[in-house]
Design a protein around this ligand. Structure first.
Ligand SMILES: Cc1cc2nc3c(=O)[nH]c(=O)nc-3n(C[C@H](O)[C@H](O)[C@H](O)COP(=O)(O)OP(=O)(O)OC[C@H]3O[C@@H](n4cnc5c(N)ncnc54)[C@H](O)[C@@H]3O)c2cc1C
Length: 499
């Protein structure tokens, strides 16, 4: 989280008739968007505050990372989606504080602070990646939680093949460049490993001259004894077999203990330690709920679990604060999984509850989650699905996956273009979205080296400060220098430490 610069504070006034019930929704993900839409006919004024301007369809991030879909197809602008909902406004900003006593939410964007008052609050800020206390792994093994992650990974994956071609031209050993390791064998890890294998074995096989992309190694590592643990042993075993048929090496029971620029180290239960030399690592293990959960727990005494999820009442409200609902990936309630349907159904429930109260209707009672099933794709035409006690595998499961994702992609035009891109990738062997820029790959590292991130790159609102301008130029130059690739192919090495 960036430190807010001191700046004038704006009080968000809202636009509705005076005295209208004000609902603030934090987040534009599944919970935030579906909660806001559910309130479209309610006699309220809704303000959605989110740190991105888009609604993100996270389940398809891996397809952006591997060049199948464009980022726009899975991340349409929230403002456009809500343009016809007259009672809703959208504010860009990262929420840094929630004051339950004063009933206000404070958000920041590029040094501008906004304080927004509410009568009811729906918090749907989701979860980020967890490196289980090893946050320094993030620089070398990006996770996959947002568009920045997916585009950075796209650049790293396609970039690794390019660097391997260059190295092979010079007669160097390029095995470390042609080895891709995915950490975490949940649905995201399985999908990612399957897609990289397809890239190497199908898509890119005729595109290079000095390397044979089919020799690329794709390794999927997990500390658990099976892949897809929530899907049960049988579907886990089927998925493992399918991945191996695709050429993915599945390494189970291995805990990743270190990650660096050139590879990663794993420790097995029997004490064995192994290292894999790999430039491209992808982290798909573990989630940590938004830090806003801790803010709310401090003020209410609600418990937090190890993943930072907050314990809520059965009606999704906070103890002593019936006006505050928390939904989706942020909550710990009845072992509900961190999936889109929990967020969607929870947010719709919260919105209805607010509407019922205003209309004097009785409460709906405790929140009840309806499990519609889970599915994961392995490769084109291969998926696994679990609906109640029914287990489906192979092509039928893949067709179901296709249908469900088409229904939930937001916007008609996005559905049409996604189908076209899927035809290109699944029936043909192409990838329409292979473009990646240097800034996508290294921009984040550069920003991380600035003192306060992007805030350092802009003037405070309404003022021009020549000294600050000079300092900014200095910081930018340092950041650019430190993240540039060295001749030996190293990245992210401080200038002074370079060999
Ligand atoms: C790679 C990946 C694949 C997945 N695949 C599947 C799948 O196949 N099926 C499935 O059911 N689920 C899947 N999930 C899980 C699913 O996406 C989540 O359970 C769901 O998005 C949770 O919804 P949410 O509203 O709680 O959080 P999110 O959808 O994550 O939304 C959180 C929102 O809050 C905003 N935000 C966060 N912090 C702040 C802040 N401080 N201030 C302002 N805004 C903030 C974010 O920008 C975002 O808009 C996947 C998740 C990932 C990461």
């Amino acid at each position: 989280m960036t430190t807010p610069a001191t700046s004038p504070t704006t009080r968000s006034k809202g636009r509705g008739a005076p005295g209208k019930h004000r609902v603030v929704v934090i987040g534009s993900g599944f919970g935030g968007l579906f909660g806001t839409k559910q309130l479209r006919k309610a006699d309220v004024e809704v303000t959605m505050i989110a740190k991105t301007t888009h609604h993100l369809f996270q389940p398809l991030l891996y397809q952006v990372a591997t060049g199948i879909l464009s980022e726009g197809e899975i991340a349409p602008p929230t403002r456009e989606i809500l343009s016809r909902q007259a009672n809703a406004q959208v504010l860009l900003g990262e929420v840094t504080a929630i004051d339950l006593e004063a009933q206000t939410v404070t958000s920041h964007v590029l040094g501008r602070e906004t304080v927004t008052s509410y009568d009811s609050l729906i918090v749907a800020a989701g979860a980020g990646q967890s490196y289980f206390g090893n946050d320094h792994f993030a620089e070398f093994a990006p996770g996959m939680k947002n568009i920045d992650d997916a585009l950075e990974l796209r650049g790293r994956i396609f970039g690794a093949f390019e660097m391997a071609e260059l190295g092979a031209n010079r007669g160097e050993n390029v095995d470390h460049l042609l080895t891709f390791v995915v950490v975490g064998a949940g649905p995201t890890g399985v999908e990612m490993a399957g897609q990289i294998a397809e890239l190497a074995h199908r898509t890119l096989r005729r595109d290079f001259r000095s390397i044979n992309t089919r020799t690329a190694r794709v390794v999927l590592v997990d500390a658990a004894p099976q892949v897809l643990p929530p899907f049960g042993a049988k579907l886990g075993a089927t998925t493992k077999k399918e991945l191996e048929k695709l050429g993915v090496e599945v390494v189970l029971g291995a805990m990743v203990t270190d990650v660096d620029e050139r590879g990663l180290t794993m420790k097995f239960k029997d004490g064995r330690v192994e290292r894999i030399e790999s430039v491209t690592k992808i982290w798909a293990a573990g989630v940590q709920a938004s830090p806003l959960g801790a803010t709310l727990a401090e003020q209410t005494g609600a418990p937090l679990d190890r993943a930072g999820r907050i314990g809520v009442n059965p009606d999704l409200t906070l103890p002593g604060h019936p006006e505050v609902f928390v939904v989706g990936d942020m909550i710990a309630l009845d072992n509900l999984p961190g999936v889109a349907q929990v967020a969607i159904q929870g947010a719709k429930y919260a919105a209805k509850e607010i509407d019922h109260r205003l209309k004097g209707k009785p409460s709906q009672g405790p929140f009840k989650y309806f499990d519609k099933g889970s599915m994961a794709t392995i490769s084109r035409f291969r998926a696994v699905a679990m609906i109640g006690k029914i287990r489906i595998t192979g092509f039928t499961a893949w067709l179901m996956w296709l249908a469900v994702h088409l229904v939930y992609i937001t916007g008609f035009k996005n559905r049409v273009t996604a189908v076209l891109h899927w035809l290109v990738s699944f029936l043909g062997r192409g990838r329409s979205e292979r473009t990646a820029t240097e800034q996508q790959i290294f921009g984040r590292s550069a920003l991380a080296r600035l003192e306060r991130g992007a805030v350092d790159l802009v003037s405070a609102p309404g003022e021009y400060d020549a000294k600050a301008e000079e300092r900014r130029a200095e910081l930018e130059a340092i950041a650019a220098e430190e993240t540039r690739l060295t001749d030996s192919g190293q990245r992210g090495v401080k200038v002074a430490d370079r060999v």
